[in-house]
Write a protein that binds this ligand. Structure first.
Ligand code: MSP
Length: 514
């Protein structure tokens, strides 16, 4: 039976349109989900939208809509983006925190935790854009600014319900140190262990309805709604039908959750979330991977800084001449920056990847090979000779990179094979062999070898560039045959004599005179 895998993205706030940063986590999660499926694993891939809280209510008021109508519109924008990026159909569920099953889960959890909660007065600094509070002593009252985003914060005093975190500090540190809950990369793990070196303040999990009306009802207090972060984190168990659905046992308990997030929300995921789970007698996630930020120059891309790049503009306008624009964008995100580090987005960097890696290397390899098979082999797959040297280690290299979520390293390994194959073409010069009648067999073997390399590249690229992979597959004449990771190490695997498909230029570039 296939191994279960549970993968999640954060739920994106619906107050603003998605930008590159949001698409990054979802593209990475989709890539990982596809990789596991290619391996034959049984994947539950979850994404969705975070729809309650002050900042959504404020944005809805500005738009002149009810919060729910506003969220409906925004959730549709996210759906459309995932469709454009080839992700729709890959996720198992798109959850919205306004979904009725989620609201029911939150209320059940609150009822269960009620005996653990303390009611009291809460005085704090609050950052609405981050939906995050800070202790009175944490912020300089002369210049009150958010510790996260540096925007102004305001002081609030109100009656709320609290969950104590401090009694959980010792076991949580232990669980992290023993790697029962892994936090990657190591810088983020150290950051969390640093947080756990200090006493933990209580977590306020409600808001007075009078101040924040847009939230999930607190079943035992008509005057309160649920704090948006407490509500949102619980989505990860709602989606699996906690507590009784067999999917919960399979994907949460057996598989262990893999949460992909940005480094800005590590505290919520690595401190609050395992503690909430523990209070429910549930185990912590298996892995939290916090990736870096996309920046423009030196600044984090964010709506409030006004420096966002819209993925639909990149795909629909910058790359509009490209038949595989979304895949080029995916390739750029996953290849340009090691997962976990910050990266700079620029049009020049995107175009350079397109030109060098994709058009000159990958596109050329596929097109040259298939055109030569058409011309010299009656468009029939020739029998392969020996494999070129880069083939044998590829499978292990990809496995080890993907195990560590090093997407860029996996792509580097695949592209190294592409480069080698191009060198092999130069060395063997099939166009010369074609002119020598005595070399017919060698010519067939060379082109057969190249066809096998392309087959391997198509399989390996599936998680990263699913549409390009499907196109190469079709060009090889493989039609509906499944792509499987286990076939990476088969040599040869193609049926000699079978017809290839129609060669197609993958990455057409305007001709330059340079
Ligand atoms: N709603 C919360 C998450 C709740 S999860 C239970 C939230 N939403 S968000 O829309 O503000 O951001 C979600 C995620 O978007 C971040 O964690 C990060 O994954 C991604 N990014 C937002 N801006 C980013 C960059 N500039 N660069 C990379 N990713 C960033 O937080």
């Amino acid at each position: 039976m296939a191994d279960p895998v549970y993968l999640t993205t954060p739920l994106y706030y619906v107050n603003a349109a998605p930008h590159i940063g949001h698409s990054y986590t979802t593209v990475a999660a989709d890539c990982l989900a596809r990789y596991h499926r290619l391996r034959g694993d049984d994947v539950f891939f979850l994404t969705g939208t975070d729809e309650h809280g002050e900042k959504i209510a404020q944005a809805a008021a500005v738009a002149g809509l009810s919060p729910k109508a506003f969220a409906d519109r925004a959730a549709a924008t996210f759906h459309a983006l995932w469709k454009q990026l080839g992700i729709e159909g890959s996720y198992t569920r798109f959850i919205r925190t306004t979904d009725p099953d989620h609201e029911a889960t939150v209320k059940t959890v609150l009822q269960r935790l009620k005996p653990l909660l303390r009611q009291g007065t809460y005085r704090f600094w609050y950052c609405v854009p981050c939906e995050t509070s800070f202790g009175l002593s944490e912020i300089d009252a002369a210049r009150p600014a958010c510790l996260n985003c540096q925007r102004p914060v305001s002081q609030v005093e109100e009656e709320d319900y609290f969950l104590e975190l401090e009694p959980h500090r010792a076991w949580l540190r232990d669980v992290i140190e023993r790697e029962q809950m892994r936090i990657w990369p190591v810088e983020r793990r150290n950051e969390v262990l640093g947080m756990l070196a200090q006493p933990l303040p209580e977590l306020c999990i409600t808001r007075p309805r009078s101040r924040v009306p847009w939230g999930i009802d607190v079943p035992f207090s008509p005057d309160h709604v649920t704090y948006v972060w407490f509500d949102a984190l619980l989505n990860y168990i709602t989606a699996l039908g906690w507590p009784d659905d067999p999917r919960f046992a399979r994907y949460w308990q057996e598989a262990g959750a893999v949460h992909l997030i940005g480094k800005d929300i590590i505290r919520h995921h690595a401190l609050y979330w395992p503690i909430i789970l523990r209070a429910l007698e549930l185990k912590p996630p298996a892995l939290i991977f916090a990736h870096g930020w996309w920046k423009i120059g030196e600044q984090k891309m964010s709506k409030s800084l006004g420096n966002i790049v819209d993925p639909t503009v990149v795909v629909g306008q910058l790359l509009k001449e490209q038949p595989f624009a979304a895949d080029i964008y995916r390739y750029f995100l996953l290849r340009e920056v090691p997962f976990g580090q910050d990266g700079a987005f620029s049009e020049e960097a995107l175009m350079k990847r397109l030109q060098d890696d994709l058009a000159n290397d990958l596109g050329n390899l596929v097109n040259r090979t298939l055109s030569m098979i058409q011309r010299y082999c009656h468009a029939q797959t020739p029998r392969a000779g020996d494999a070129i040297s880069g083939v044998s280690g590829l499978s292990a290299e990809i496995a080890s990179a993907m195990e560590r979520l090093e997407f860029s390293a996996a792509l580097e390994a695949i592209m190294r094979l592409v480069t080698q194959a191009n060198q092999y073409i130069e060395q063997t010069a099939p166009w010369k062999l074609a002119k020598q009648p005595g070399e017919a067999k060698t010519l067939q073997a060379v082109l057969g070898t190249l066809a096998e390399v392309i087959r391997i590249v198509a399989i390996a690229l599936e998680p990263f560039m699913p549409r390009v992979s499907a196109s190469i597959w079709a060009q090889l004449g493989l039609g509906d045959a499944p792509r499987r990771l286990s076939d990476l190490s088969r040599w040869p695997a193609l049926t000699a004599g079978a017809p290839i498909g129609t060669p197609q230029i993958l990455f057409p570039l305007p001709r330059t005179n340079a």
